[in-house]
Design a protein. Structure first.
Length: 117
């Protein structure tokens, strides 16, 4: 009608992309545990030193893990992706001699295993 303001109905159309790349979801690498085993050759001080220097655990956590290794025979000390877990295992194995022990003949036993759950 003349003299009346003209109204327009707004139509909202969905944002449709026809040539868009398919969505790329970031895939997480499967986790692996680094496990240290108890032995009768290496001292508590040595194991604590390994946990402090290689895994950067704070001292209370390093002591707790060392006791768990001693009492249960093994402990998971680190969980990460496979490549880094294998690197950490190799660092443990090549850490060097136990300066607190006279009878150490080999490396601290350590392995990598897939994390469950």
């Amino acid at each position: 009608m003349p003299g009346e303001p003209e109204t327009q109905s707004a139509v909202i159309e969905p944002d449709v992309q026809t040539d868009a790349e398919p969505e790329r979801a970031t895939k997480r690498l499967p986790p692996y545990n680094v496990v240290i085993h108890n032995d009768e050759e290496h001292t508590f001080e040595y194991v604590i030193d390994v946990l402090l220097k290689i895994f950067k655990h704070p001292l209370p956590r390093a002591k707790e893990l060392t006791w768990r290794i001693h009492t249960t025979g093994r402990a998971i000390v680190f969980t990460t992706h496979k490549e880094l877990a294998e690197l950490k295992r190799d660092q443990v194995i090549t850490f060097g001699p136990d300066a607190w022990s006279q009878g150490t003949t080999g490396a601290l036993r350590c392995h990598v295993e897939p994390a469950v759950g």
